[in-house]
Design a protein around this ligand. Structure first.
Ligand SMILES: [Zn+2]
Length: 418
């Protein structure tokens, strides 16, 4: 019989932080790296893990680790993140952290004795909302990003990561690959609210992740000729806003042709940000900067999709007598989660559905180093990165229960990696 002690249910835990970092302008939550809300969440995490008798450690990269049992090799890690996008939902990140706390509380009160260490982790700056690089804490820890480059990143107010880290009490010259901790980890499991409506369509509360789509960001620069909106006849114009608009539609049409429901070969292309220069109502712009996000199931499919969009973007810009330049800003290869770990989770949970996700996660960063898996909890609306993100109390409870089953198995079974 698995019990959850009073006060340690996942919904109760989430209710403890429901007033921290509310964004009254956008709705939802804005909890950004080292701001007052994010610091309050760190304090909450630290105090709750200490209540559980865990040993809390702040690593050199801004992540917090809480250990159950003596440190050592073969550590099973679980957790997620506490930061949010601007105006984000209540579940993206905190659900995985609160589920981990609830699972550990349940195991402790039921007298489970872990045969190896367990760590609950809260990763820093997963959303990249302050410094623009997603999964910053896990990327620093795994050496996936150069610490020197990170120190020079600036936030919207012009504060560098170096300054923000020092102000928080980190040594900006000590960040980077955490060799000893990585060597001690045997596996990582992250529970997360689903960020699409796969589970809602399937009518199931929980899924195992198969992998994460390849994804990248490209900067599109359209140049034309700035001029007067009233005196320039239509035939004479070289309007980069028109070229950018044509590019947005081209990306949408090309991806939509391939992204057919149920055929297992997702293809997604989005332009979510456009900046016309100089940006006046009565001015034909001289330039437009835009950002294109492209995702697909494999690296080859992503490159092929990008190639087709890039050709269409250039052709449509040329048709409007503008130039289009395309440069890659970031790229993350497709991730396939560990087949053996996935199989053992699937057995433990009675073969739940399997879904791929188009969203990036710390689990995707860690997957390049150690056996990693993810569990998704149904999101009835399929909406995320929005105040309308949701999950029912019953599904949150089912998710925490599943995480506990999985962790208990891993703590008692043979090591996944020594
Ligand atoms: Zn998340």
């Amino acid at each position: 019989m698995q019990t959850t002690p009073p006060g340690w249910g996942v919904v109760e835990l989430l209710s403890e932080i429901e007033d921290i970092g509310r964004d009254h302008a956008r709705g939802g939550y804005s909890r950004h790296l080292f701001d007052s809300a994010e610091r309050a969440l760190r304090d909450w995490f630290t105090s709750r893990t200490r209540d559980l008798g865990l040993d809390v450690e702040h690593d050199a990269n801004g992540n917090i680790w809480a250990y159950w049992g003596p440190r050592g090799n073969g550590t099973v890690a679980t957790g997620s993140h506490l930061d949010s996008v601007p105006g984000g939902g209540a579940f993206d990140g905190p659900l995985g952290v609160a589920s981990a706390l609830s699972a550990v509380a349940g195991m402790r009160s039921d007298g489970v004795t872990p045969r190896r260490p367990l760590a609950v982790v809260a990763f820093a700056e997963e959303e990249g909302s302050r410094f623009g690089v997603a999964c910053l804490g896990s990327k620093l820890m795994t050496g996936a990003i150069d610490p020197g480059r990170v120190n020079d990143l600036t936030d919207a107010a012009g504060v560098t990561f170096r300054e923000a880290a020092a102000d928080f009490g980190l040594d900006p010259d000590a960040t980077g690959r955490d060799e000893a901790r990585l060597a001690s980890l045997a596996a990582f499991v992250e529970l997360h609210v689903e960020q699409g409506r796969g589970l809602a369509d399937l009518g199931a509360p929980l899924a195992l992740a198969s992998g994460i789509l390849a994804h990248g960001r490209w900067r599109l620069t359209f140049t034309g000729e700035g001029n007067h909106a009233g005196t320039t006849v239509m035939a004479d114009r070289r309007d980069p806003v028109a070229a950018a608009a044509a590019a947005v539609l081209a990306a949408r049409e090309i991806a939509a042709d391939r992204d057919l429901p149920g055929d297992g070969a997702p293809a997604r292309a989005t332009v979510g940000r456009l900046v016309p220069v100089p940006g006046g109502t009565n001015v034909i712009a001289s330039r437009v900067d835009a950002w294109l996000d492209v995702r697909a199931g494999t690296d080859a499919a992503t490159r092929a999709l990008l190639g087709e969009i890039a050709a269409a973007v250039r052709a449509r810009a040329a048709g409007l007598r503008c130039d289009a330049e395309i440069t890659e800003e970031s790229y993350a290869s497709a991730v396939a989660f560990d087949p053996a770990l996935r199989a053992s989770l699937s057995r433990a949970l009675g073969a739940p559905p399997v879904l791929a996700t188009g969203a990036g996660h710390d689990a995707g960063v860690l997957a390049s180093i150690l056996p990693t898996a993810m569990l998704f909890v149904r999101n009835p609306t399929g909406v995320s990165h929005s105040p309308h993100e949701s999950a029912t109390d019953a599904d949150c409870g089912a998710g925490a229960q599943a995480l506990r089953i999985v962790l208990e198995n891993m703590l008692e079974g043979p090591p996944a990696r020594q």
